[in-house]
Design a protein around this ligand. Structure first.
Ligand SMILES: CC(=O)N[C@H]1[C@@H](OP(=O)(O)OP(=O)(O)OC[C@H]2O[C@@H](n3ccc(=O)[nH]c3=O)[C@H](O)[C@@H]2O)O[C@H](CO)[C@@H](O)[C@@H]1O[C@H](C)C(=O)N[C@@H](C)C(=O)N[C@H](CCC(=O)O)C(=O)O
Ligand SMILES: Nc1ncnc2c1ncn2[C@@H]1O[C@H](COP(=O)(O)OP(=O)(O)OP(=O)(O)O)[C@@H](O)[C@H]1O
Length: 488
């Protein structure tokens, strides 16, 4: 593609001699850029891509886009206002503006994005539609799974994957990092969903208002006629609703009054997780295999979206939800041979913990053991509240290590002891913390292991396993008697 075509949406002033350069690819990494590719220099959080321009030239880049003044370069250099923003536009152009060829659904909020995305995918596929899904657990395009590095893919990879998709519908989790870093710039969404907001990422955003404002930016990217679907059961959802009402956007709400498009009635936590849901006065019963009231909210958001996507028969949505088996590491249940229940969950905010621990109570837990830790170099301000919630709802809080993210282990251990000094226990080795609970439980106890979900461990622990699930399976395998640890 000619350079001037590639940069059509980025700049209209370009040196005449640059215009007809043929660009064969795009790269943001000097080490992997190839001959005849465009290198986009990004000032990152760790290093500045502009410092690697000369390496990129050595590797054959044919032209460069960046946002800083650069002199005496051996290849054409085009300066733009924001490299990340330009990258998204350039990538979209290079891959033929693939987002325009699909129905695109963006889901934002602190908690519930992944679960809602998977539930919606399951409903749509049960109704003969095909879906691509981009999110924190995995990416799926044309039925092919690839691992996920970020919740929201970087713009270049996102546009590439969109161009490969033959699926009818794209479901995408959109993080606040993704929005700040223009990873979805240029994409016009058909549907934007807001699940909720809770304190998180205040290492990245200065305060909750800023975090909210970034999330709300997703809704500026609704295409004309696009639909906003908002959970107004929480105050941030209400705030978003009020803001969007001032614009001419179609808004549909999940809320507690009859005028809302969907309302949740009586919640019945039983062997099957059930709730009444109402569209106006018309009620229906929602049944889920996945436990927890929070999952009733996620299922309701998926239900409402499916309705707005045109699935007329509500029974076909409800039937699909009844057969939804869950998401790896999201309230995943394991039965201990003594009749205790172990749960692996990804809760990493105070609200998520409340939902998760409360669910164990609702299901009649005798004692609740809660094992969790904190990621190094991530929002420290949420830690105290998370420990308070844990102490309040569970019977024993065992703090342990989560990803260190380069924080020295001694520093993290010290933080854990300070946080848990009043009540709980600290067992730094995560696998030994799980083993401790495994050996202590009796019939009716619930052990909640939160924070990592399906993610693999970043550092080695004493038991040679890679994830919380593997540790549970290992502990069960290590018993001399028969294998009775069952994955539900
Ligand atoms: C802090 C952060 O958000 N970092 C993201 C950012 O990377 P960065 O700015 O740190 O990149 P960098 O390492 O400084 O490099 C800058 C540039 O120099 C280039 N470079 C570097 C070295 C070299 O030799 N040559 C070279 O050209 C790099 O290729 C890059 O283009 O841009 C990258 C590409 O988009 C992201 O993958 C990366 O996410 C990292 C892995 C990350 O952990 N991000 C987290 C915080 C995040 O984004 N989380 C949200 C979800 C949050 C939630 O739970 O809700 C997400 O969407 O995943
Ligand atoms: N609707 C909800 N309200 C509150 N907490 C929730 C809700 N849904 C899920 N959770 C909690 O949040 C955790 C993460 O859920 P999920 O992965 O669906 O959310 P997410 O928004 O994709 O999070 P992340 O972006 O961090 O992956 C769950 O394991 C659960 O503890």
């Amino acid at each position: 593609m000619k350079l001037h075509t590639l940069l059509e949406n980025v700049t209209n002033t370009m040196n005449e001699s640059f215009r007809h350069i043929e660009i064969e690819g795009i790269s943001t990494n000097s080490a992997s850029v190839r001959a005849n590719e465009l290198f986009v220099a990004i000032p990152g959080y760790t290093v500045d891509g502009h410092e690697f321009i000369r390496d990129a030239i050595k590797n054959g880049t044919i032209a460069i886009v960046g946002e800083k003044d650069m002199e005496d370069l051996a290849v054409p250099y085009i300066k733009v206002a924001s490299s990340r923003k330009a990258l998204a536009e350039i990538a979209s152009q290079f891959y033929g503006n693939p987002s325009r060829k699909h129905t695109i659904i963006g889901i934002t909020g602190t908690n519930g994005k992944t679960t809602t995305a998977f539930m919606l995918k399951h409903i749509l596929e049960s109704n003969n539609l095909t879906c691509s899904l981009f999110g924190s657990v995995m990416n799926i395009v044309n039925g092919q799974i690839s691992p996920s590095v970020n919740t929201t893919l970087d713009a270049l990879e996102l546009q590439r994957q969109l161009s490969l998709s033959h699926d009818d519908i794209i479901i995408m989790e959109v993080s606040s990092h993704g929005l700040t870093q223009y990873r979805v710039q240029g994409i016009e969404f058909d549907y934007c969903l807001f699940t909720n907001l809770d304190q998180d990422h205040l290492d990245y955003h200065r305060h909750m208002d800023e975090y909210f404002a970034v999330k709300a930016r997703l809704f500026d990217q609704l295409k004309p006629g696009g639909k906003a679907i908002i959970n107004v059961y929480n105050s941030w959802g209400k705030k978003l609703y009020n803001q969007l009402q001032q614009k001419s956007i179609d808004i549909f709400t999940l809320g507690d009054e009859e005028h809302h498009d969907l309302r949740i009635g009586k919640y019945i936590p039983s062997v099957v997780n059930s709730a009444e849901i109402y569209e106006g006065k018309i009620g229906a019963k929602l049944n889920l295999l996945l436990l927890g009231k929070h999952n009733i909210f996620n299922a309701s958001m998926a239900y409402l979206t499916a309705r707005k996507l045109g699935i007329k028969k509500n029974t076909s949505i409800l039937q699909a939800l009844e057969t939804f088996h869950g998401v790896p590491g999201r309230f995943e249940l394991f039965h201990h041979p003594k009749g205790a229940v172990f749960v692996v969950d990804y809760a990493h905010t105070a609200n998520a913990l409340i939902n998760c621990l409360q669910t164990a109570r609702e299901y009649g837990a005798n004692r609740i053991f809660h094992i969790f830790g904190f990621r190094g170099n991530r929002d420290k301000k949420k830690r105290k509240e998370m420990v308070r919630v844990s102490h309040k709802i569970s019977d024993l809080t065992i703090l342990t290590l989560d990803d260190l993210n380069d924080v020295p282990i001694q520093e993290m251990e010290r933080d854990l002891y300070v946080l848990n000094q009043q009540y709980g226990m600290v067992i730094p080795d995560r696998t030994l913390a799980i083993k401790h609970a495994w050996e202590q439980v009796q019939e009716g106890d619930w052990v909640m292991i939160t924070g990592k979900g399906s993610e693999t461990y970043q550092q080695p622990f004493q038991i040679p396993t890679n994830s919380d699930k593997e540790t549970l399976l290992y502990l069960n395998e290590s018993r001399t008697t028969s294998k009775t640890l069952t994955v539900l």
